[in-house]
Design a protein around this ligand. Sequence first.
Ligand SMILES: [Zn+2]
Length: 310
Amino acid sequence: MPYDDSPPPTRRARPLSVAAALAAVCLTAAGCGGGPEADGAGAASPRPGADAASSTAPTPTGQQPEPSGTASPSDSGSGSAKPLPKGPLTGRTVVIDPGHNPRNRDHTREINEKVDIGTGRKECDTTGTSTDDGYAEARFTLDVSHRLRTLLEAEGARVRLTHDADRPFGPCIDERARIGNEAKADAVVSVHADGSAVGNRGFHVILPAGVKGGGADTSKIVKSSADLGARIAGHFVRTTGSAPSNYVGGNTGLDTRNDLGGLNLSTVPKVFVECGNMRDPKDAALLTSASWRQKAAQGLADGITSYLKG
Ligand SMILES: [Zn+2]
């Protein structure tokens, strides 16, 4: 259902402009424009391709022990059974979409099947990337998603995950969008990390472009998603200290795309977040740190909360 049918009467559509988001980011980021996150020589280099659009990824060469997340496992689809505390997000529904699936790499035939994304056809899902040491993006996304779920539930939100590694592959990108739509989510965040060139650093939030075709029509979510994304970018800077991407989005931490089925098919406010670049050693050191992932989850939670409180 269109997000207009969702119940929050108190939230007005009051999107932050990209300029405002940039100002907020740069005013609050110690590293913005010259700090330790901006010292790479790769700034303004051509974009080598964000992971979300790529179906190729290196096969992880090993496994690292992963500190467990702070949330209980197995909560896909139906949300938590335990009672939620009353909080600022009581009555709100947030869908978290952990990018990829750790088992996708064992199901390349299935995930390469094309699905309809309204404006065309695209692979069901992709394997995602990994660090050079073999820490898979799909494990990163699940860990951050668990942490994010715990934080949002503590504020009273009803949280659903699109999957919890409880299926052999996927879900496909069209189903990932459908889960958010059918939940009538007030906000959806798809969690990713990028697989770009060494020297490309920082995070960026991907916003849906205005697209219309087939089953895709983002006209009702472009503004609200931009607001959601800008708030997440601002809070992500504050909690992680990471600078906005030096290779996508002109240092705003925001990018707009029309080629992602998970955004094109969404009828509720939704963004993707690329938390860092797994192929850059400095970013990888952050992404593989459990304490950094907690900060990342906090930034996402704060941005979502800011958006939902309006
Ligand atoms: Zn990804």
